[in-house]
Design a binder for this molecule. Structure first.
Ligand code: SAH
Length: 385
């Protein structure tokens, strides 16, 4: 083991990983694609819209509940378009049910998690884009376990549709019943699974029955800073919010905290963020986990303030959440307050994120998807730790 984390591998998923991708699902396809497939299967094209209405419009994921489809048709089409992608393993709740974490087993045994957070004015779900993560950030539980594989578009979308259904059932008291926000802040590096994540975003924002009909502005994609992919995202006709996991304003420290910095330096990743802001008109969110005596010094606040002053940026400080085996702690509150004060004095808008879901290991950086706390058998063969 070296003390400096190795730069993550960024090449496309090798064939072995692709081989474990799940069966096709209607959420992998746009409406035209679904219609073409249904026609190919010998059914009238309108069946595609009918099934899409159930799935995206009414959040019905179980084909048996689609009773307006004739039984034989339902059987044939659901085999082709609605395979079960997410097998529930466990659901945990805290905050009186306002925070919920779902653990799923995928068709090949890979495990992923999703989190729902209910607030008085909105419901946000935090979804995973990969099983595990290859970015190796040493303070993040997901990063420590390594990458198992990319999720398919439908595996990503189905997390949101399932949790939208939970919200619609009224289970989250004190929150609106409609899912409004989706953040790609669960397991994985979304921009390392670029095409599938973009397709998933299109499903989330297309109006029903093609998709869930969420507002683009209510979707946030969080990245460690894959520079070419940020530029590419800026050129899509999407204006989603970009969050950049910066965590340090200087290359020395960021090389260690976010190992991909060894490839794309702070100056370069911030340039990409400003390119994104300029081309979309959207303020970039700078994520900064506050780690005691590591990145929380006043001089680092001042340096960060100088880098961000006058830019279309907002800083989100995240009190470090505990992860197994980590030698790091969250910054003390007075240190955090001083960091905030210095950033604000530099004219940079700054907030401290709440630590929702800590009790259920559902907060930022805690998603590690173990089936239970005693046995690790399921994960042992999947990902080199
Ligand atoms: N890979 C993407 C998406 C994950 S988002 C990214 O890194 O941006 C998860 C966010 O939580 C990231 O900002 C990540 O850096 C942060 N995080 C990871 N571990 C954490 C921890 N232990 N405490 C607080 N935040 C953490």
């Amino acid at each position: 083991m070296t003390s400096l984390p190795l730069i993550p591998a960024l090449s496309d998923a090798p064939a072995a990983r692709r081989a474990s991708m799940p069966p096709r699902h209607l959420a992998d396809l746009d409406l035209a694609g679904r219609q073409a497939l249904v026609t190919e299967l010998g059914e009238p094209a309108f069946r595609a819209k009918q099934m899409s209405n159930h799935y995206f419009g009414r959040l019905v994921r179980d084909p048996q509940a689609m009773t307006d489809l004739p039984a034989a048709t339902r059987q044939r089409l659901s085999e082709q378009l609605l395979p079960t992608l997410l097998n529930p393993v466990r659901e945990l709740a805290c905050d009186d049910g306002a925070t919920r974490k779902a653990l799923w087993k995928l068709h090949d045994g890979a495990l992923v998690e999703s989190v729902l957070m209910g607030y008085p004015d909105r419901v946000t779900v935090c979804i995973s884009s990969q099983a595990g993560c290859g970015m190796a950030c040493p303070f993040c539980a997901t990063g420590q376990a390594g990458l198992t594989r990319n999720l398919s578009t439908a595996e990503i979308v189905d997390q949101a549709v399932y949790l939208a259904g939970v919200a619609a059932s009224g289970a989250v008291s004190g929150s609106p019943p409609r899912l409004s926000h989706v953040v790609f802040m669960g397991m994985g590096e979304p921009l390392a699974n670029y095409n599938r994540v973009i397709a998933a975003i299109r499903r989330l924002v297309s109006p029903a029955p093609e998709g869930l009909g969420l507002s683009q502005r209510h979707i946030t994609v969080s990245t460690v800073g894959l520079v070419p992919a940020i530029h590419r995202l800026a050129s899509e006709d999407l204006s989603v919010t970009l969050a950049l996991s910066l965590h340090a304003p200087d290359d020395d420290l960021r090389d260690e905290l976010v190992p991909v910095n060894q490839r794309w330096k702070v100056a370069e990743v911030l340039d990409a963020a400003w390119d994104y802001a300029a081309r979309t008109g959207r303020r970039v969110s700078i994520e900064y986990a506050m780690i005691k005596d590591v990145n929380d010094q006043p001089w680092r606040a001042d340096l960060l303030g100088r880098l961000l002053a006058g830019k279309l940026a907002h800083v989100n400080l995240i009190p470090l959440n505990p992860t197994p085996g980590s030698r790091w702690d969250a910054s003390p509150k007075p240190v955090e307050r001083e960091f905030v004060r210095r950033l604000r004095d530099a004219g940079v808008s700054t907030t401290v994120r709440d630590t929702r879901g800590r009790e259920i290991d559902g907060a930022c950086g805690q998603l590690a998807a173990a089936e239970d706390n005693d046995t690790n058998t399921d994960r042992a063969g999947e990902a080199p730790a």
